[in-house]
Design a protein. Structure first.
Length: 295
């Protein structure tokens, strides 16, 4: 079990740090379109677990990076994640009305504004990252772009849309989720690591193996929560996957089989952290939290 008190305190501190950095991006600035800025704020600042920024901080600290040096990467990851949610919720995609317990951006504003807000959040991510000019900036920009794009998250969304009403096997489902959800989780730990070490550091490869496993575990547990959770706790409609005839781990493995698979993946991820020694303990706790959370 996760050391709940310690983990809760650490998560709260990292979420607060990420929120403060994100808030500065919208504070006291001249804007060409106030409605667009308001929609962007709604998409990124209204709620959220901030899991990806938390992973950036945890991975970077494990390799010796200072929090201040990790802020830009953490914010950039969350901006890309927020853009993806804004677009995923659109009528042409998942057509969701609720996100993080609030109306989705296209419901709070309108569809065109939501598209533009997502576009602007994505480009802002690269602006934030580039403005800090860290030592390994080219590798960091490449990492974020590849994770977000045609071979990463966007590809995963395309596979997800194509799978509706279909009957993929567990391998095909895992491939889809490794792109749609896992790509940004892998990018989070890689970006955090790149703040601290060069690309050829073997500990970075260990972090990436960890992220590969926990990224899939996170999605397996999300599929479980869609069956067992309630709308108020989840902050989005429960049972949505079944309603859309989407393939999920519970639908393929059964509820208990899906839970067992999530545990296997977490233990695989924790084992990958061995080269980091005691410095990786917070990452191991975070991995186990991913399949114990209720939203």
């Amino acid at each position: 079990m996760v050391n709940a008190d310690t983990l809760v305190a650490r998560l709260a501190a990292d979420r607060a740090r990420a929120d403060a950095r994100l808030e500065t991006l919208f504070r006291r600035r001249e804007t060409a379109d106030a409605r667009l800025d308001a929609a962007m704020r709604h998409g990124v600042l209204v709620g959220g677990k901030r899991l990806r920024p938390v992973l950036v901080y945890a991975a970077g600290r494990a390799l010796g990076a200072a929090d201040a040096d990790l802020d830009a990467a953490a914010a950039a990851l969350e901006l890309v994640h927020a853009y993806s949610l804004v677009h995923d919720d659109l009528p042409a995609m998942d057509d969701d009305d609720l996100r993080r317990g609030q109306p989705t951006v296209h419901r709070a504003y309108d569809e065109a504004t939501a598209i533009l807000a997502g576009d602007a959040l994505q480009t802002l991510a690269f602006e934030v990252l580039a403005a800090t000019a860290p030592p390994r900036l080219p590798a960091m920009i490449t990492t974020l772009a590849q994770a977000a794009g045609r071979d990463g998250m966007v590809a995963g969304q395309a596979l997800d849309l194509a799978a509706v009403g279909g009957h993929p096997d567990v391998t095909a489902l895992a491939t889809m989720h490794r792109h749609k959800t896992g790509a940004l989780i892998r990018a989070a730990v890689r970006l955090g690591g790149l703040v601290a070490v060069d690309e050829d550091d073997p500990r970075l490869a260990a972090l990436e193996r960890y992220a590969e496993a926990i990224g899939l575990a996170f999605q397996v547990h999300d599929d479980v929560l869609d069956v067992t959770g309630d709308t108020v706790t989840l902050g989005k409609a429960s049972g949505a996957d079944a309603a859309r005839d989407k393939p999920t781990y519970p639908s393929l493995l059964g509820l208990e089989g899906a839970r067992a698979r999530a545990v296997e993946l977490v233990e695989e991820g924790v084992a990958a952290l061995a080269p980091l020694g005691a410095a990786a303990a917070p990452l191991a706790e975070l991995a186990r939290y991913m399949i114990e959370r209720d939203h």
